[in-house]
Design a protein around this ligand. Structure first.
Ligand code: PLP
Ligand code: CA
Length: 318
């Protein structure tokens, strides 16, 4: 049946996309789940895609969890997802850094899950937790207490850190200025928040806010950003497919589909790298955002728009 909402794609257009793709990438928050609640239909769609032998990836810019933590979350939600299906910025960063075989240690602004993933890949880390305490800093910038600057930091990785502070910024800034490789997890400006508030609505700053602080202070841009819309996330998915089936070439990107809720990360990721894209309305994009897109914003324009992942399932061909 034809949609009565002008921003939504016709069933025929969605069927055309769904029936021809072999690799399906799903953003997580706002597409598969919202925080800890599954989006209705997500489990059925993932299950059916796997039954049909399609490659499925969950692709998230959320740097706070390791792949093992995502597997645990998926198990709890009863999703048919295993470690080799998860592309999260922590794992992409760990793969990226370990390939470089840098000497020395990586200064991490981030979270426990991120640090666990890095250490699992043999990357030596410093900074996280030990620089949480801002008290040393109230004594003045020369007073580092138990945490002086080191001379063996070869890389600075900045991800979401809810204990971000001036001391961490100062150290990251010093290491980058001294020549350490500057990497960012992702550039999301703010995070989805369902938190009720008795006063004003909560707006949670994202990794991009902290990354900007480091860019301004160092007057440098990161050498690479792991998350959507950037390339490392795609390279990692290709690597996972090649590891799973060394005898097979991954399908061309024209046979990949990116399903997301955010235009400047998910949809731009697909478009920039040659994939078709579907925007769903269960996350942060509102109908007006789609209708407002001008031709100048073609990188943000999805091929199709659907109410939710539940609307994709009926259009899967055998
Ligand atoms: N980063 C953090 C810390 C988050 O909590 C979230 C969503 O919950 C995101 C990024 C966005 O995640 P996704 O790329 O799965 O939408
Ligand atoms: Ca999302």
């Amino acid at each position: 049946k034809m949609s009565t909402k002008s921003y939504l794609s016709s069933a025929a257009d969605i069927a055309c996309l769904m029936s021809t793709k072999r690799v399906f990438l799903f953003d997580c928050d706002g597409v598969i789940w919202n925080e800890n609640t599954l989006v209705p239909g997500a489990k059925d769609l993932l299950t059916r895609l796997k039954q049909l032998g399609r490659q499925v990836f969950l692709v998230t810019n959320n740097s706070s969890k390791s792949r093992a933590q995502y597997v645990a979350k998926c198990r709890k939600l009863e999703l048919p997802i295993e470690e080799a299906d998860i592309v999260c910025t922590a794992a992409v960063a760990a793969g990226y850094i370990s390939k470089l075989k840098l000497p020395g240690v990586t200064y991490v602004i981030g979270s426990q899950g991120l640090q666990d993933e890095l250490e699992l890949h043999g990357i030596k880390c410093c900074g996280f937790r030990e620089d949480d305490d801002t008290a040393v800093h109230d004594q003045g910038v020369e007073q580092f207490g138990d945490a002086p600057l080191r001379n063996d930091v070869s890389c600075v990785l900045l991800a979401l850190d809810t204990r971000f502070n001036y001391l961490k910024l100062l150290k990251a800034c010093s290491y980058v200025s001294a020549g350490a490789l500057f990497l960012g997890s992702n550039e999301d400006a703010f995070l989805p928040s369902g938190q009720p508030s008795p006063t004003v609505p909560v707006r949670l700053p994202g990794t991009g806010a902290m990354l900007s602080a480091l860019c301004v202070a160092t007057q440098q841009q990161p050498a690479a950003v792991m998350g959507k819309p950037h390339r490392p996330m795609l390279d990692y998915a290709v690597q996972l497919m090649t590891e799973a089936r060394p005898d097979q070439q991954p399908p061309p990107l024209s046979q990949w589909l990116m399903v997301g809720d955010r235009l400047d990360t998910d949809i731009a990721f697909g478009r920039r790298h040659g994939m078709d894209t579907v925007c769903v309305m269960t996350g942060c994009t509102k109908p007006a955002d789609l209708l407002d897109l001008s031709e100048a914003n073609s990188e943000l324009k999805p091929n199709c728009a659907a109410e939710s992942v539940a609307d994709l399932l009926p259009h899967l061909a055998e």
